[in-house]
Structures are given as structure tokens and as C-alpha cells.
Design a protein around this ligand. Structure first.
Ligand code: SF4
Length: 314
């Protein structure tokens, strides 16, 4: 069985910020893939307070980036549901020319005009918008979802359609896949990894795929000299020929070098979760005002969820 030597994230950005803006969501899907159960329901007072602080965080991100030599930064906005906020106003506060791309993951409950406005604001700053639009069929029909997708295709790039795949919705997944292929949009069917049963996760994965033209996202080198590319993190995790992937949920990372805080940082609302110069663990929390870039270092933890963006090597 082969062992991992190097796993490379192929995203062209030289630094990626993953920013969880809120835990709240305006819908409450039974199959929500948030790790600790369903996303939180809306609290209007809290939402207003969060919006005020998010404006400040955008300013802090600009300050931190402007002190670096970086030139191609991507910010990946996740929730909850990020479009609960007026993103065009929050992102207008980004006062830096380092950012080239904003990626959002949304449940697409906002009208198309919301996203058009966002694209206009960002393009004035030389920033492109990419999107993963999740299809939540319990709250929006496939017809209503694809009506929006067909318009968004004209001005969002790349645009990826996504649906959670579990053993109870396989017919819908097949229809979703056919409709994505009909209009030529990238798509991804994500297995529900919360399912404790491996066989159930594998059933969900039967249709977990992405339109090949979207290209691979990871490149891996192995102890036997072979190389592989993977389109999704799941396709890597489910490669049974890799020794470290025995649990097929997390990657065993202890002792590998990783790029956390060197090429990537996760911001949990207004807190940077990453390494400091004095502490190798990636779980240190600090106000975003205090975050600085470190060099790649060895992972002290047994497993990593990879947060989607880290590169690893021995
Ligand atoms: S657990 Fe932390 S230190 Fe280890 S690989 Fe993941 S991000 Fe890096």
C-alpha cells in the first residue's frame, strides 16, 4: 500500500483566506452538512451586530495584506449563509489591490440581482467573483434553482453547482447531474460525511463527481514513485490504495509539513485560527488584528480535515 509524500493544492492563489462570516442560515435543511448539526437559525439583533464587526474585519484583512509581498490573494467566504449580509457593502471596505478573487458558497436563496450588484462592486476593485451554489431542494425547486443558474452563468466564473448526495436522494442527484450537463455548468455531488456508516457514505459517493473539465484540485506524489490528481477532497480521501486514508474522513498528517498560516488562514468570524511564531499547533486563536504569516512547519496533530486548502509534504 502506498504512502503519501506530497499533496499539493493546485489553486493558483499565493494566499487563501477562508472566512466563516456567520453560523446563521435562513433555511434549515434536514441533511445540513455542518459538522455539529444544522446551521443556527437567524437572530436579527445578533445579525446586525455581526454585520458591524464584519465591516471592521474587512478593514483588518486589508491592513494585514498590505504589509505583505503577496499579489494574488483569494478570499473564500463561507457560513452559515453569507448572503444574509449585504456583501457588496462589507467587501467595499477591502482597501487593497492584493485580492484577485472572492469565492462565495451560497444556498442561492437571494435573487440574481443581489449577485449582479456584488459583481459590479467587486469588478470596480479588479476582483473577480467565483461561486459554489448549493442546491437545497427542500426549500427551492430544481426549476427555480436552475432558472437562477442560467443567468449567473453569464457573469460568475467559475460557477459550480453543488448538491449533498446521500442514500435517500439518489434519483434527485441523477436529475441534478443531467441538468448541469445540459447547460454545461461545473457540478459536484458531495457525499454526506456526517454519516457514521462507511457503506452509507460510499453509497452517497456513488454519484459524487465533478465535471472533468473543471480540472483537478489536488496533485499527490506517493512512496512508490506514482503521482495522481484528484478533482475533490473526497476523491482523495476515498482512494483506498493510500495507507493514511484508512478512516476515509480525515488525512493522517502528523509529522508532515503544512502551509497553514504560510499560504492559508482560516478566520472564524473575527478570529484568526492558525499558527504563531511560537506555537506549531494550528488551533491558536487570535484577533485578526494580531495575525502574521509564518513559514511552513511540521504538523503536531494526528489528523487534519485539511480545510480544503493546505499543501502537505514529508
Ligand atoms: S492539523 Fe493543523 S498543523 Fe496539521 S496539517 Fe492540518 S492545518 Fe496543518
Amino acid at each position: 500500500m502506498k504512502s503519501l509524500i506530497r499533496l499539493e493544492d493546485l489553486d493558483p492563489a499565493d494566499f487563501i483566506i477562508k472566512w466563516r462570516m456567520t453560523e446563521m442560515c435562513n433555511i434549515n435543511c434536514s441533511y445540513c452538512i455542518r459538522q455539529h448539526g444544522n446551521a443556527k437559525k437567524i437572530d436579527k439583533e445578533l445579525l446586525k451586530k455581526q454585520e458591524v464587526r464584519l465591516h471592521e474585519v474587512a478593514g483588518c484583512i486589508s491592513n494585514f495584506l498590505n504589509k505583505t509581498e503577496l499579489s494574488n490573494v483569494k478570499i473564500d467566504l463561507i457560513g452559515g449563509e453569507v448572503t444574509l449580509f449585504d456583501l457588496s457593502k462589507i467587501l467595499f471596505n477591502l482597501n487593497t489591490d492584493k485580492i484577485k478573487k472572492i469565492q462565495i458558497t451560497t444556498n442561492l436563496t437571494q435573487p440574481v440581482s443581489y449577485f449582479k450588484n456584488l459583481v459590479n462592486i467587486l469588478s470596480e476593485k479588479g476582483i473577480g467573483l467565483s461561486m459554489t451554489a448549493s442546491c437545497h431542494y427542500e426549500f427551492q425547486s430544481l426549476n427555480a434553482y436552475f432558472d437562477k443558474i442560467k443567468v449567473l452563468q453569464e457573469f460568475v466564473s467559475p460557477l459550480t453547482c453543488e448538491m449533498v448526495s446521500h442514500s435517500g436522494n439518489q434519483d434527485l442527484c441523477k436529475e441534478f447531474k443531467v441538468r448541469c450537463e445540459d447547460i454545461g455548468v461545473n457540478y459536484m455531488l458531495e457525499a454526506d460525511l456526517r454519516d457514521k456508516s462507511l457503506s452509507a457514505r460510499e453509497r452517497g459517493l456513488m454519484v459524487a463527481s465533478k465535471k472533468p473539465s473543471a480540472g483537478p484540485r489536488y496533485k499527490a506524489k506517493f512512496s512508490d514513485g506514482t503521482e495522481e490528481t484528484y478533482v475533490t477532497r473526497n476523491s482523495f480521501l476515498y482512494d483506498k490504495s493510500i495507507k493514511e486514508n484508512s478512516e476515509q474522513k480525515w488525512i493522517a498528517t502528523e509529522g508532515y509539513f503544512c502551509t497553514n498560516s504560510a499560504g492559508f488562514v482560516y478566520i472564524d468570524f473575527d478570529t484568526a485560527v492558525g499558527r504563531t511564531d511560537k506555537n506549531d499547533s494550528c488551533t491558536n486563536r487570535m484577533p485578526i488584528e494580531e495575525f502574521t504569516i509564518t513559514s511552513p512547519r511540521r504538523c503536531p496533530h494526528k489528523h487534519c480535515s485539511l480545510c480544503g486548502h493546505m499543501s502537505l509534504w514529508k
